[in-house]
Ligand binder design. Structure first.
Ligand code: NAP
Length: 291
C-alpha cells in the first residue's frame, strides 16, 4: 500500500519541506495522528506536492502509533563500499554540504539524538543545528533550540575535556550504574540515565523511559556498535543512509551495523521508502520491517 502511494505520488522529498507534523498530534493531546483531511487543512496554502508528501509521511509514522518508545531512526553516511569511517576509525568527513544539510534536517526533526561513545571519541563534538531556517522551524514548533544530545557509554569512560562539553547543547549520559558514578554531581551532563548493558543490552525499558521524559522522536547518529545493538533489539523504525562517492575499503573500517551480524535467513528486512540523488550522492530512506 505504501509502495503504491509512493509510486503514484511521483514526488521526491526536498530536505527543507516540512517533516512529520507529529507535534500537532502531541499538542492536541491525542494518541493518534490527525486524519489526512486535517493535514490538508493545516498545509492548506502549501503546494500540492507537500500534501502528497505529508500523506506518505503520515502513513509511515502510523506504523509506530501506540508505541511505547520514541519513533527511532538511524542516520548515517557511508562510502560506496559500505564503510562509515576509514580504517583508522577517525571522524568521517566525507559527506557533502548536501549531506550535512540532510543530517541537520533529520536532527532538527527530533527531540533527542543518541550516539555511541566511540563516535564521540572520534569526533570530540556533536553536531548542533546551525541552519537558521531549521532553528526557526523548531521555534515555530515550540521545540527547544537544540535537541538533547545523549551519549551512550557503558563504561562512562569519557574525557571531560572534550570540546563536546563546551558546546551549547543539552547533554545526557546513558550509562551503567558503575559508569554513572564519576559523573554524579558534575556539571558536564544535565541528566544521567542508567541501563543494563549486560549482553544483550536491555533497550526496551530505557527507550520507554526516554518516551516518558518527552522524547517522542529520536535520531541515532552511530556508530556501528550502537546501531547494531538497537537493530538486534528490534528498536529501529527507519534507516537513512547517504551513499557517498568514495571507496574506503579495509577489513576493520567501521560499517553501519557492527555487532555479531545476522545470518541471512533471519536478517532484518527493509522496505525502501525513498531514493533521492543530489549531485554525486544518493540519499536512501528505509523502513525496518518488524515481524
Ligand atoms: N559516517 C557516519 O555517518 C558516522 C557516524 C557516526 C560515527 N561514525 C564512525 O563510527 C566510528 C565509531 O563507531 P563504533 O561502532 O566504533 O562506536 P559507537 O557505536 O559510536 O560507540 C561504541 C561505544 O558505545 C557504547 N555502547 C554503545 N552501545 C553499547 C552496547 N549495546 N553495549 C555496550 N556499550 C555500548 C560503548 O561505550 P564504552 O566503550 O564507553 O563503554 C561502546 O564502546 C567512528 O570511526 C566514527 O567516525 C561514522
Amino acid at each position: 500500500m505504501l509502495r503504491s502511494k509512493i509510486r503514484h505520488s511521483k514526488t521526491r522529498r526536498k530536505e527543507d519541506e516540512p517533516d512529520l507534523p507529529i507535534r500537532w498530534k502531541r499538542r492536541k493531546g491525542k494518541r493518534f495522528y490527525p486524519a489526512t483531511s486535517k493535514l490538508r487543512k493545516e498545509l492548506g496554502k502549501r503546494h500540492k506536492t507537500c500534501i502528497k508528501i505529508a500523506c506518505i509521511l503520515t502513513y509511515s509514522d502510523k506504523i509506530s502509533v501506540n508505541r511505547d518508545r520514541p519513533f527511532t531512526k538511524v542516520v548515517l553516511a557511508m562510502s560506496a563500499d559500505g564503510k562509515i569511517a576509514d580504517r583508522t576509525g577517525a571522524a568521517a568527513r566525507f559527506g557533502s554540504p548536501a549531506d550535512q544539510r540532510h543530517l541537520e534536517t533529520q536532527i532538527a526533526d527530533c527531540d533527542a539524538v543518541l550516539f555511541g561513545a566511540g563516535t564521540l571519541r572520534a569526533y570530540e563534538t556533536s553536531l548542533p543545528i546551525t541552519a537558521p531556517d531549521l532553528r526557526q522551524q523548531r521555534q515555530t514548533q515550540q521545540r527547544s533550540p537544540q535537541p538533547i544530545h545523549i551519549v551512550c557509554s557503558a563504561s562512562g569512560d569519557l574525557n571531560p575535556n572534550l570540546r563536546f562539553f563546551q558546546q551549547s547543547l543539552p547533554r545526557w549520559l546513558l550509562t551503567s550504574a558503575a559508569g554513572a558514578q564519576p559523573w554524579q554531581g558534575q556539571p558536564q551532563f544535565d541528566h544521567i540515565l542508567s541501563m543494563e548493558f549486560a549482553p544483550p543490552a536491555c533497550w526496551q525499558p530505557t527507550l520507554q523511559e526516554l518516551l516518558q521524559l518527552g522524547i517522542d522522536r529520536l535520531a541515532v547518529l552511530g556508530g556501528g556498535e550502537l546501531v547494531a545493538s538497537l537493530v538486534e533489539a528490534g528498536q529501529i523504525d527507519e534507516l537513512y543512509l547517504t551513499i557517498c562517492p568514495l571507496i574506503l575499503g579495509g577489513r576493520i573500517a567501521p560499517t553501519p551495523v557492527a555487532g555479531n551480524g545476522f545470518l541471512e535467513a533471519i536478517a532484518p528486512r527493509l522496505e525502501l521508502l525513498s531514493v533521492r540523488s543530489v549531485e554525486q550522492e544518493v540519499f536512501l530512506r528505509y523502513r525496518i520491517c518488524h515481524a
